[in-house]
Design a protein around this ligand. Structure first.
Ligand SMILES: [Zn+2]
Length: 382
C-alpha cells in the first residue's frame, strides 16, 4: 500500500477511543469523501483522539467516524518538507459512520479545522494531496466528493474547502457556502440529533432547536428512514467560533447494544448500535427467531420479522436446561421487555427462569417457567 508508506502517516488503528468495532464493508469503496471537523484547527480538541472521544462518548458510535484524519496542528518533518500528520484510524475495509446510508462504499477523510474561518496551510494542503495520490495509486476509491455532495447532505457545511483544487496542489480558496437546510431530513445510518447538529448544518444547527422542532420525537430512538423537521434550527445564524459541544451523552443501554451487535453479526440485521429498543431491533429479533426455527426444526417460515400465525404455530417450548440460539433469543426478548435474565449466555438457568416468571406474571399468563406459544406471543406481538 502506497498510503501506508507516507512518512507523515501514523498508524493509530486500535489505539483511539472505541466501543466495539465497525463491521466490514459490504461494498467496494467507490468514493473518497472529504470532511472537515468544524473545530478550529489550533485548538487542543482538533485532532483524531478528540474526535474519537466525541464520536464514541457523545454520538455512541463504535469508533471515530473517519478512516483518515489530517491534523494541521501536528507538523511532521519529512524528506519532502513539512507535512500535517495523517492519522490512520481504521482498516480501510471497515464501514465507519460519516455519510449515513453511503457508508458502505465511502471512505471518510477528515481534515481537522473549521474552514469556514480557518485558512488552510501549506503543510495541510500537501498532506491532502499526498494522501489523495497514494489512494489513487492504491486503487482505493474512484471518485472524490465532499460530504455535502453525498445523498441527503446538501445542506452540510462540510467540506467547505475546495477539495478539487487541494488534491491538485492548487492551494486554498474561499470557503464554499452550503445550501440552506431543507425543511425535513431523513435519518440515515449512524445519525443522532447530535451528529446532525454538530455545528455542521447551514451554520451552527443546535440540538436544542432540533428537539424543539420535533416535539413528538424521542431523540434517543431515531430510526433510519424516519423524517425529522429542521424547523427554526435551519435559520440559526453562523457563529464563527463555536466551541466543541460535548453534550451529555444519550448513548443507550450497553446490553441492548450487545444484543444489536449479535443480531448483526449472527443474522446480518444491519442495525445501528444505538443501545435503544426500537421497532427495528424487535423486528430483527423476530427474524432471528424465525431463522433459528427454520434452521433447527425445518419449519420453512418466511423470515420477515413479523409475528404472525405461522410463526406462532412453529414455536417450540424453551425451558430450563435449554441451550443455544433460541434460548438467547428468549433472553434478549425478555431483556428488551425490561426483564433482565442476568446474563445473555444462551443457557436457560435460574436468571432466565426468574425473569420469565416475572414476565408471565405481569402479562397474566400461566407462570409455568417455560416459554411456549403464549409467552412468545406476549414477547413479540404488538
Ligand atoms: Zn462531514
Amino acid at each position: 500500500m502506497n498510503f501506508s508508506k507516507l512518512p507523515q502517516l501514523v498508524d493509530m488503528r486500535g489505539e483511539l477511543k472505541s466501543k466495539g468495532t465497525y463491521s466490514k464493508r459490504s461494498k467496494t469503496i467507490t468514493h473518497r469523501v472529504w470532511h472537515h471537523s468544524l473545530t478550529k484547527k489550533h485548538l487542543a480538541g482538533s485532532d483524531a483522539a478528540s474526535f474519537a472521544d466525541y464520536h464514541v462518548n457523545t454520538l455512541g458510535w463504535p469508533g471515530v467516524g473517519y478512516t483518515f484524519i489530517i491534523e494541521p496542528k501536528n507538523l511532521i518533518n519529512t524528506p519532502n518538507g513539512k507535512r500535517a500528520r495523517i492519522v490512520y484510524a481504521h482498516d480501510i475495509d471497515r464501514r465507519t459512520y460519516h455519510v449515513g446510508n453511503s457508508n458502505q462504499f465511502a471512505l471518510g477523510i477528515c481534515v481537522a479545522g473549521d474552514y469556514r474561518s480557518d485558512t488552510m496551510d501549506d503543510a495541510t494542503i500537501a498532506s491532502i494531496a499526498d494522501l489523495h495520490s497514494a489512494l489513487v495509486k492504491d486503487n482505493i476509491g474512484k471518485n472524490d466528493t465532499s460530504h455535502s455532495e453525498m445523498p441527503g447532505y446538501s445542506w452540510k457545511a462540510c467540506c467547505v474547502y475546495d477539495y478539487r483544487k487541494l488534491i491538485k496542489w492548487q492551494g486554498a480558496t474561499t470557503p464554499v457556502t452550503p445550501s440552506p437546510a431543507p425543511n425535513t431530513y431523513t435519518i440515515q445510518e449512524g445519525d443522532t440529533l447530535w451528529s446532525i447538529a454538530h455545528k455542521d448544518g447551514a451554520g451552527g444547527v443546535q440540538v436544542e432547536d432540533l428537539i424543539k422542532a420535533n416535539p413528538g420525537i424521542d431523540p434517543s430512538k431515531l430510526q433510519i428512514g424516519q423524517k425529522i423537521n429542521f424547523g427554526n434550527a435551519k435559520d440559526v445564524i453562523v457563529q464563527p467560533d463555536i466551541k466543541e459541544d460535548h453534550e451529555t451523552s444519550n448513548s443507550g443501554d450497553e446490553t441492548i447494544r450487545s444484543i444489536q451487535k449479535t443480531l448483526n453479526s449472527r443474522y446480518k440485521a444491519g442495525l445501528v448500535f444505538d443501545g435503544f429498543n426500537g421497532p427495528k431491533t424487535k423486528k430483527a429479533l423476530i427474524k432471528a427467531l424465525q431463522t433459528e426455527l427454520n434452521k433447527q426444526f425445518k419449519t420453512g417460515l418466511v423470515v420477515d420479522g413479523k409475528w404472525g400465525s405461522k410463526t406462532k404455530a412453529a414455536i417450540v417450548t424453551v425451558k430450563k436446561g435449554a441451550k443455544g440460539n433460541l434460548t438467547w433469543v428468549l433472553q434478549a426478548a425478555l431483556y428488551l421487555e425490561g426483564y433482565n435474565p442476568g446474563s445473555l449466555d444462551s443457557i436457560f438457568g435460574k436468571g432466565t427462569e426468574s425473569a420469565l416468571s416475572k414476565f408471565q406474571k405481569a402479562k397474566k399468563i400461566a407462570v409455568d417457567k417455560k416459554a411456549g406459544k403464549a409467552t412468545f406471543t406476549e414477547l413479540f406481538s404488538l
